[in-house]
Structure formats: C-alpha cells, structure tokens
Design a protein around this ligand. Structure first.
Ligand SMILES: [Zn+2]
Length: 263
C-alpha cells in the first residue's frame, strides 16, 4: 500500500519538474558553450589493471528528487556549508577552483531520461562493432553512481539531447572531446562528444580504452572537471578504466547541489 507521504509527494514532484523544465528550456542566445577534452595514457592504463569497484544500486528515488528541488532555494552560506559537509572523498574543491566557484549540471532527468544518439563509425579504419555498446556502458555507469539523470539511447539523431560521433584521430594529442552548453542559470542544456579511434601517433584504441575515454567525456558532459589524482577517471591523462569511489562521490555531491556560483 502506498504511504500518505508518497501520495503527497507525487503532485509536488510533478509540479516542480514542470517548473524546472519551463525554466531550463534551451533559449538560443542564452547558451554559453564550453569545450573540454582528454587523452588516454594508454601505457599507464594497461599497467593499472585496477579492480572494479563494486557498484551499489543507488538509483534516485522520488524522495531524492523532492529533496533536490528543496535545495534549489539554499542561499550561498547554506550551500558552502553543504559542500563542506559533503566534500570529504571528493574533488569538488578542484572543480570549484577550475570553474571560478561555479557549478554546472543537468536538471533532474529521471521521468524523462536524456536521449543519447551514438553514431556509426564503420567507415573509419580500425572501427570495431563493439564501440557503440562501450559508449552506452559509460553513460549507464555514471547513472548507476546514483544521480538523478538517466539516459536512453535513440536511433534518430534529430531526436537526441546528446550526440556522440567518431573521428579517425585528433590533430592534438587527445583522444576525446566534449562540448556542452549551459543556460544563464548554469543548467546544462545540451552536449556532444567526439571520440577518436587512434591516438594522434596512430596507436589504435581498443574497446576498453574507448570505454575509459567515454567515461571521462561523459563525466565532463555531466558537469565534472579535472582532478590531479590519477586514480580517478576525471584526471586529464586518463590512466584507469573505471570510475573510482571519488568519481562517484563527486558526481553525487554535484547532483545534490543547485548549479550556479557559490560565492
Ligand atoms: Zn577532460
């Protein structure tokens, strides 16, 4: 039987979600575009052979979403206190330094998951049919960290919020590139990822490397920035193959906070 609390929460959540989507709708000229990228430290990644951290089922509940809405009204002091309480085991401090004390993220997308389109790269040399599923795994892995953002994979690119495309290699020594845009309220409103099939010195990327770079780029797409600690997927030269506890803790903390400046 449903509890009275549950029944009371549903209309509030639906109203809050409608209000949020009204406020966060993409408004052409309000968009601010950001590009980020990373390279794979292939040799280090091979050496690391890191054991996979256990993934706990921490999918957000309706109650989480209601709580998320409630914190949108926090003032800067409350926000800073909340970050201080939650920052242990995260690299949120490095992100705030890199971003001039501002946080960006997607609004809650549980009822309406973000639509991801992954291109076919079979016209490129050294393409492997497993690559699109490696990319889908990367998106799903971040959702499983327990953030109120889910993904669905679509076949029609015109219908997608996020586009993932491929290229042979980059001119710079990078393996992936992410471009996202946000509105004036610091909500992310759209993004795209380009992944290379070769390092710029022509070394071929295999499935686990593609997955690692995709994990890193999806981290950017969700609002994360780099950390100096190379045991995390969000270090600028990616050495590991999976999310670390700090990657998961940081994304969870980010998605427990409203976006914007904390000054
Ligand atoms: Zn990066």
């Amino acid at each position: 039987m449903r509890s009275p609390l549950y029944i009371l929460l549903i209309p509030a959540i639906l109203l809050a979600a409608r209000e949020a989507s009204r406020r966060t709708g993409a408004r052409g000229q309000d968009r601010i575009a950001i590009s980020q990228h990373a390279t794979l430290d292939a040799a280090a990644a091979r050496r690391a052979n890191a054991p996979r951290s256990p993934v706990t089922n921490t999918r957000p509940t309706s109650l989480d979403i209601a709580v998320e809405r409630a914190i949108e009204s926090l003032d800067a002091d409350e926000l800073r206190a909340r970050i201080r309480r939650g920052e242990r085991g995260t690299y949120i401090g490095e992100i705030l330094l890199a971003r001039d004390s501002a946080l960006t993220r997607w609004p809650e997308r549980v009822e309406k998951p973000l639509r991801v389109w992954v291109a076919d790269g079979s016209n490129l040399p050294d393409w492997r049919p497993e690559f699109p599923s490696r990319v889908r795994e990367a998106f799903t892995e971040w959702s499983l960290a327990g953030i109120p953002v889910l993904f669905t994979f679509v076949v029609d690119s015109s219908d997608a919020d996020i586009h993932v495309t491929w290229q042979d290699q980059f001119d710079q020594p990078i393996s992936g590139k992410t471009h996202w845009s946000r509105d004036r309220r610091w909500w992310i409103v759209g993004g795209s990822i380009v992944l290379a099939l070769h390092h710029n010195e022509r070394e071929v990327l295999d499935g686990p490397s593609i997955r690692a770079i995709a994990l890193h780029e999806v981290g950017h797409l969700l609002g994360l920035d780099h950390t100096a600690d190379t045991s995390n997927i969000m270090t600028s030269r990616v050495r590991v193959r999976d999310l670390s506890d700090a990657d998961r803790a940081t994304i969870k903390l980010l998605y427990s906070l409203p976006p914007g400046s904390i000054r």
